[in-house]
Design a protein around this ligand. Sequence first.
Ligand code: F3S
Ligand code: F3S
Ligand code: ZN
Length: 117
Amino acid sequence: MPQIDPNFSKNRTQADNHVEHVVWGPVQPPEVLGIHGTSVAVDFDICIADGVCIDVCPVSVFEWLDAPGTNPHKTHPDLPPLLSERKADPLREKDCIFCMACEVQCPVQAIKITQPS
Ligand code: F3S
Ligand code: F3S
Ligand code: ZN
């Protein structure tokens, strides 16, 4: 089973900005979408739209983002089926209180939380 690279900020380069967060490449839309966010990082090429992260976050960091054409199985063929063509976008990553619930509960380990030192 894949999981988000915990060292993504060293191993990847900044491809873009989305609202107020960084997008870490590679990015080849619509299929390959990269990692959104830094302290709250979601690997869009692992996210299968389970949604538990959105349900458990006490401060509503995430919001659904439509991603028609997303194809996480292109890079991770062994992922469980995609539930819908949308992603949990860490729109308010600055509000994170580091409760870690999202990282622990995501069934495909698409989320990496890094508390700024
Ligand atoms: Fe995606 Fe995992 Fe959240 S699959 S929607 S990041 S719980
Ligand atoms: Fe929410 Fe995850 Fe932070 S559940 S508070 S974004 S650690
Ligand atoms: Zn985003």
